[in-house]
Design a protein. Structure first.
Length: 300
């Protein structure tokens, strides 16, 4: 573990992919190469084992090894690790296993969602408070309804959880709720992070800290520059650059999910690898369309 008081969550983080080879085996050497690239970039850190990391397709043993490799190559960057499981017991068990890995600054806990109809505010608040009470790491609320059967946390629940001293912040994918999370005046060290490039500026405008955005896998410095310009007071230029970045993302990886992110990385000289089945790689015709877009923007 590292000292959470020295970790920075202000800026853009990479929700890093987990590259697999064509047989579905984790390519740990590729993870090392990618991490070395991001460690030299302007991003503030990495979220390992998020949705782009295909955590749900990994065994716990594989997931732990992924985190070890990422941590070894993170340099002076912040490391957040996706640790949510479908029960309190499994979530705490995985977090306990993470204590064997040095360099972790926080865990991000996705909303449990298999029994979606039973995930009331009461159930989720109790769950997150129990996780935070027993976690050796600061906890981020990880809200991504697209990947969680529609389960989300209400604004009221987030406000209540923000009072817990070991709940460090939230990664929120709904741009319409970012300002609401900040309007109640959460404690100063409670970080609010956008969960997509399209919501990054809305988060920063509302007083949030930055974002964890897929496009940072293949355009890390471009994504980081948007946040840096906003912090420097050049909001108009930040908005212009974000519009261009959002357009590029929507016309490349946006329509293809994690497979598209991996395709963009590979085209740009990083190690995207393959997605793990049943997710299929991007079709060759679509690859050529992505290549054309990136070339037209001077990115290849």
């Amino acid at each position: 573990m590292t000292d959470p008081n020295t970790a920075s969550f202000t800026g853009v983080m990479v929700p890093s992919v987990t590259p697999f080879d064509e047989h579905g085996t984790v390519d740990f050497a590729a993870i090392q190469r990618n991490q070395a690239h991001w460690a030299r970039s302007a991003v503030v850190g990495t979220l390992a084992l998020g949705s782009n990391g295909e955590w749900c397709s990994l065994s716990d043993a594989e997931a732990l090894e992924v985190v070890r490799v990422v941590s070894a190559g993170k340099g002076d960057k912040t490391l957040m690790v996706g640790a949510g499981r479908e029960s309190l017991h499994l979530t705490l068990g995985f977090i306990d296993q993470l204590t064997s890995v040095p360099g972790i600054d926080a865990v991000a806990v996705l909303t449990p969602h298999y029994f979606a109809d039973l995930m009331s505010d009461q159930a989720l608040v109790t769950y997150y408070e129990d996780v935070a009470d027993r976690s050796a790491f600061p906890v981020f609320l990880y809200v991504a309804p697209k990947f969680a059967n529609g389960v989300t946390l209400s604004v009221q629940a987030v406000a209540e959880l923000a009072e817990h001293p070991n709940i460090r912040g939230i990664k929120e994918s709904d741009s319409g709720r970012l300002a609401a999370h900040l309007s109640g005046g959460p404690r100063p060290d409670f970080s609010v992070l956008a969960g997509s490039v399209s919501s990054l500026l809305a988060c920063l405008d509302a007083g949030g800290d930055g974002g964890v955005v897929s496009a940072a896998n293949y355009l890390p410095d471009d994504c980081a520059r948007v946040a840096a310009l906003h912090v420097a007071g050049d909001r108009d230029r930040a908005a212009d650059e974000l519009r261009l970045l959002s357009d590029i993302a929507s016309r490349t990886a946006g329509a293809h999910g994690v497979a598209g992110v991996k395709a963009c990385m590979t085209l740009r000289g990083l190690d995207g690898g393959f997605p793990r089945r049943p997710v299929l790689p991007v079709a060759p015709q679509a690859i050529e369309q992505i290549r054309s877009t990136l070339t037209a923007q001077g990115l290849l």
